[in-house]
Design a protein. Structure first.
Length: 64
């Protein structure tokens, strides 16, 4: 898998969890906790269409 630069996609997010589009280009949903994020994702029936990630300051070396 090719390395993905998340800097632009995650601008403005400093903590919590995000649900990214499958191409990693856009944050579709965000939540302070995994549970709150999953509620949003499931309400929109998007569970199979997103990539879930915790938001951290440095994603270098992150393997998901």
């Amino acid at each position: 898998m090719k390395a993905v630069n998340l800097v632009e996609s995650l601008k403005g997010y400093s903590s919590g969890w995000v649900a990214l589009s499958k191409d990693y280009q856009k944050v579709l949903y965000a939540g302070k906790s995994f549970t709150s994020l999953m509620k949003k994702v499931e309400q929109e029936n998007q569970k199979d269409n997103v990539i879930l990630l915790p938001v951290v300051k440095n994603f270098r070396g992150f393997v998901g």
